[in-house]
Design a protein around this ligand. Structure first.
Ligand SMILES: Cc1cc2nc3c(=O)[nH]c(=O)nc-3n(C[C@H](O)[C@H](O)[C@H](O)COP(=O)(O)OP(=O)(O)OC[C@H]3O[C@@H](n4cnc5c(N)ncnc54)[C@H](O)[C@@H]3O)c2cc1C
Ligand code: SF4
Ligand code: SF4
Ligand code: SF4
Ligand code: FES
Length: 688
């Protein structure tokens, strides 16, 4: 019987078969892009390269006929390098967004276009479900997240981003107000138990995603109530406690057991948790307060104390003149809290320029609207108590000096600028630190930089079965990053509990277009008309100085739906099954290796069923062959728009004529999202 050998296995020969077909019949996988079963080969991608013994170069398995006695290798270092290079060449001028920019930049990966499309159609319940499954604490984060997604939103290339945070806040608020908030279904019980330390955003997010996967979860927390810094840090005028409580109730309803008032290192030990649970997630945040590093620093009130005591309803006595030192969100929250606690004058000193303040400009504007004076380029020198009991803060003006390790210019004192201010209270809001001393009884949980050392891909610590994330790892950071860390930890812990290799989030590689100029935007989104971003209604500054009522009031339904309708539905229709993306990820392709000049992005959306985007076209010709197979009267062929090769209907006809009957088949055989069914033709919500 004639045969060939593939990867050392004898495979019976069948007449007219290619190496690819013979290998597949034998269960040996060879990756392909341009190949389509049943259509003639085009050999344009060379991903299917194999080594045929006796041939000096690699051969395309999809076109090379199998022959008696042939010896073929489908995997070797050379073959892998060749395939990787083939993919990198294809990607060198690929232009498109695999996932929507908003989704790619949300640290928790919320699928913006999917929930926003539902909102635009008025399907608020479905939108709330998508939001809830993608983002734990969506109503809270919709209020306090600094919204990196909006900075990346494609709509900014036209007239301003969508109000993404306000939109998921709208969905989640409405869901909470419904009286029966969405609680996702859980997979069947796995019998595995996870102990979580810390009921802040990271711990709650990990709990949510572990519970959904069928594991049991117990959360231990030193405080009386859950929520972490969202409860004991962020003031109620930015995040009402009933909103936080409602969101935590969803995690409880899923089955989380919360054991409050138990401190790791005092009431429970890490070793106990390792014994009692199949895995442990340490998410104890950054609870320590950094000192000012000046003589008399002990006289300052740590911002964490001010905010925590206020949150607990027992605020400290501040007196009438308050100075806050720091320039981040904590400093702004402290100053605005001091205003509400009755201080007559509140001033914030920050040692660098206003532009360098780590908080959002909107936070400074809100504080100033409430009467806070913000003075940048001021550094404290010493703090003393006067005989009168008042404090005297000596400070200097600063100017930018040489760059420091972070690349920012170090503030240096302006000679002769020393001066002093009297105050009834000085609040130190210069940062928090991770407290591990006496808490983690095992010195193998090594600190690294600001927090606990982990493998950043998986959040695994050096101890088997123990993971860590959130501020405890990064140092003081953002709530949405803590929520993202909880989600990642849940994925890793789930893999660990199921005895799988722990890889964290096995996500796919992302191509992103970056900013578009006006002409490029118009070519990609020809129908988009200008429409302003929804603005958040607010309490007026006067009355809000006197109460802890929420300042940002939330979007009205009509405005939320109008803003949702502005969404461009970015992201590739084939994001999940694009063969180029899947293979590029699998082969570790480097997107930048052969980065050439990018093609001008445009799309042909004239066909009623499919959309063609030449920037994603790898010129494999599968659609051309599909049109030929269907005997399309006009059909498609390769063309060059100037120097830009693409496929186009023959004889300058419209796309609808070129693909009169074969459009669905052509979209199906396209290995990328270059030729894709319109979302209406695919059915369901758009996934970004
Ligand atoms: C004043 C302030 C304002 C902020 N504003 C914003 C904002 O506007 N936007 C934003 O995105 N982020 C903001 N943040 C940051 C955000 O709150 C944190 O990044 C986030 O809460 C970190 O989540 P986490 O779960 O890692 O830790 P945490 O929220 O700190 O939660 C840790 C939990 O662990 C518990 N714990 C600690 N030690 C132990 C122990 N030994 N045993 C048991 N339990 C323990 C704590 O009680 C706490 O509940 C702000 C923070 C502060 C302080
Ligand atoms: S959590 Fe933040 S980054 Fe993520 S979608 Fe919401 S506002 Fe955007
Ligand atoms: S236009 Fe819509 S899908 Fe595109 S980035 Fe903005 S919110 Fe996301
Ligand atoms: S549009 Fe046609 S030529 Fe371009 S990648 Fe898709 S199938 Fe290949
Ligand atoms: S050359 Fe064989 S699949 Fe492309």
């Amino acid at each position: 019987m004639p045969s060939l050998t593939i990867d050392g296995r004898r495979v019976e020969l069948r007449g007219g078969e290619t190496i690819l077909a013979a290998a597949r019949r034998a269960g040996i996988e060879i990756p392909t892009l341009c190949h389509v079963d049943g259509l003639p080969p085009s050999t344009s991608c060379f991903l299917c390269a194999v080594q045929v013994h006796g041939r000096p170069t690699l051969s395309p398995a999809c076109a090379m006929p199998a022959a008696d006695g042939m010896v073929v290798a489908t995997d070797s270092e050379d073959i892998r390098a060749s395939r990787k290079m083939a993919l990198e060449l294809v990607l060198s001028d690929h232009i498109g967004d695999c996932v929507a920019p908003c989704r790619a930049t949300c640290p928790a990966g919320l699928d913006g276009p999917a929930f926003i499309a539902c909102m635009a159609r008025g399907e608020h319940r479905r939108a709330a479900e998508i939001v809830s499954e993608g983002l734990v604490l969506p109503a809270s984060l919709g209020r306090i997240c600094p919204r990196p997604c909006e900075a990346a939103c494609r709509r900014r290339d036209l007239d301003g981003s969508l109000s993404i945070g306000a939109l998921h806040r709208f969905c989640a608020d409405r869901d909470l107000a419904s009286g029966s908030p969405y609680v996702p279904a859980r997979e069947g019980p796995t019998g595995r138990r996870v102990g979580i330390v810390g009921a802040g955003p990271a711990g709650l997010a990990a709990a949510y995603h572990l519970l959904v996967r069928g594991h049991a979860v117990e959360i231990f927390d030193a405080h009386a109530l859950p929520g972490g810094m969202l409860r004991y840090g962020v003031p109620a005028f930015r995040l009402p406690r009933e909103v936080l409580d409602g969101e935590i109730a969803v995690v409880r309803a899923l089955g989380a057991e919360l054991r409050m008032g138990l401190k790791l290192g005092r009431d429970v030990r890490l070793d106990d948790l390792r014994r009692d649970f199949h895995a442990v997630f340490v998410a104890l945040g950054a609870q320590g307060s950094r000192g000012l590093g000046i003589p008399g620093e002990e006289l300052a009130l740590p911002a964490a104390d001010l905010l925590e005591r206020t949150a607990e309803g027992r605020p400290p006595e501040l007196g009438g003149e308050v100075v806050v030192l720091g320039g981040g969100s904590v400093a702004m929250d402290s100053s605005r809290t001091a205003v509400r606690l009755g201080a007559r004058s509140v001033v914030v000193f920050y040692r660098r320029s206003r532009r360098e303040m780590p908080c959002l400009p909107a936070e400074v504007e809100a504080a100033e609207a409430e009467g806070v004076r913000v003075e940048p380029s001021v550094a404290p020198v010493r703090l003393e108590r006067r005989g009168s009991g008042r404090l005297l803060l000596t400070y200097v003006r600063t100017e930018p000096g040489e760059p420091d390790a972070s690349g920012r210019r170090r503030p240096v004192p302006v000679p002769g600028s020393e001066t002093a201010i009297e105050a009834t209270c000085v609040v130190a809001a210069v940062g928090q630190s991770v407290e591990t001393d006496g808490v983690l009884d095992c010195d193998c949980l090594r600190p690294s930089g600001d927090g606990i050392a982990v493998d950043p891909r998986t959040l695994a610590t050096s101890i088997e079965g123990v993971f860590a994330g959130g501020d405890a790892v990064t140092g003081p950071d953002l709530a949405v990053r803590a929520v993202g860390a909880g989600k990642l930890a849940a994925a890793s812990i789930d893999q660990h509990l199921r005895g799988l290799k722990v890889v964290g989030d096995p996500g796919l590689l992302n191509v992103l277009m970056g900013r578009l100029d006006g002409a490029q935007f118009a070519a990609l989104f020809p129908g988009a008309a200008r429409s302003p971003q929804a603005a958040m209604p607010e309490l007026v500054p006067g009355p809000r100085r006197a109460s802890f009522d929420e300042v940002e009031l939330g979007l009205a339904e009509a405005e939320a739906v109008r803003d949702a309708a502005r969404c461009l539905g970015c992201g590739c229709a084939r994001a999940l099954d694009c063969r180029l993306r899947v293979e590029a990820t699998r082969h570790g392709a480097d997107l930048a290796r052969f980065r050439g000049e990018r093609r001008p992005p445009w799309r042909d959306a004239t066909h009623p069923l499919v959309v063609y985007e030449p920037g994603k076209c790898i010129l494999c010709g599968a659609c051309v062959r599909a049109a030929e197979e269907a005997r399309e009267p006009v059909g498609l062929s390769f063309t060059g728009r100037g120097f830009e090769p693409a496929v186009a209907p023959c004889l300058g006809a419209a796309m609808a004529e070129g693909l009169a009957a074969a459009a669905p088949r052509a979209a199906q055989v396209c290995p990328t999202g270059a030729l894709a069914l319109r979302s209406g033709a695919r059915g369901g919500c758009r996934q970004g």
